[in-house]
Ligand binder design. Structure first.
Ligand code: ADP
Length: 290
């Protein structure tokens, strides 16, 4: 992975000394960063994300997540090319995914490939070599050998601490009861899975091959059910995606009882990042599992 101290020097190092950016087109869709398609004098394109200089570590950890997912060779993930910072901004440049029409079996192939990612060999611990971010919230990844303990210590409790001042007394006590009883509420997975970690529909796009490519990860080794739960959080993917997934990596019949509990992590994070409109969701789910 290259490091660079300006976007222009990064482009020359990657694409050739005489290659320049001729146009920067703003791309919408991201929640956190500014995103651009870069058109280069060589006729090639690259994808640029930028943010304040002090957020360089967000791009470094995103790169580590992209590389870990790519290394499984199971599903499309854009190649990170360079991370760096100049006097004003931090940036990440990656492979630009040229949009193409979806294959007719787009959702089935997405299901097969995500299931293959979840079955890829990834060691025996839950966590990731470095801490990273979920949105812009720090996400702790120090490894543990129990998934349930990991989900309690590294996922729910840090978000609960951040949200504490926003919560009413009843929700605080319900959440505390959940973390106390988590061993009774969640099972250990059949095997650890490397997951994307933030797989809502906006973080999958159709790539040049007509298949789904996954973007903007908050990757870690966890339980694949937590990933499936997130895919269902904001609207869900079509039924044929889950049918195909289930052919490669069978989904436990009791998974749907646990789905909202996994999503409590993301809803608490949304409460922390985006404010009180997520409070009633958090309170309702906390009450249900307490
Ligand atoms: P953020 O970190 O702000 O959430 P994303 O990584 O989700 O930003 O990117 C914002 C949008 O840009 C995505 O929803 C997608 O449409 C587009 N995009 C992201 N990565 C690429 C890429 N490598 N090539 C082409 N388009 C991309």
């Amino acid at each position: 992975m290259l490091c660079a101290n300006s976007i222009d020097s990064a482009i020359s190092a990657l694409f050739g000394p005489s290659v320049k950016v001729i146009e920067r087109q703003r791309v919408s869709g991201g929640d956190i960063n500014r995103a651009y398609k870069l058109e280069l004098s060589s006729g090639e394109c690259a994808f640029l994300k930028s943010n304040r200089q002090r957020l360089l570590n967000m791009f470094t950890t995103e790169t580590q997540g992209l590389e870990a997912l790519r290394a499984t060779g199971t599903i499309g993930v854009p190649e990170p090319l360079v991370v760096g910072a100049d006097e004003t901004e931090a940036f990440l440049i990656m492979e630009y995914l040229v949009p193409a029409p979806r294959r007719p079996d787009y959702w089935e192939v997405f299901g097969y490939e995500l299931a293959a990612l979840h079955r890829a060999e990834c060691g025996s611990f839950f966590g990731f070599p470095t801490d990273n971010y979920i949105g812009s919230t720090p996400q702790q990844n120090a490894p543990m050998d129990s998934w349930v303990a990991f989900f309690r210590e590294r996922r729910l409790i840090p978000q609960m601490k951040l949200a504490w001042g926003l919560l009413d007394d009843r929700s605080r006590s319900n959440l505390t009861s959940i973390t106390d009883r988590l061993d009774d509420l969640l099972p250990e997975p059949p095997f650890p899975s490397l997951i994307h970690g933030d797989l809502w529909s906006g973080n999958a796009v159709c790539g040049p091959d007509g298949k789904a490519w996954i973007l903007d990860p908050a990757a870690y080794v966890g339980h694949f059910e937590a990933e499936l739960a997130m895919t269902e959080l904001f609207g869900g993917f079509p039924e044929r995606f889950y049918r195909a997934y289930n052919e490669v990596n069978p989904i436990d019949q009791d998974y749907s009882d646990r789905r909202d509990l996994y999503n409590l992590y993301h809803l608490l994070n949304h409460l922390n990042l985006f404010g009180l409109s997520y409070l009633s969701n958090v309170s309702t789910i906390a009450k249900r599992y307490a």
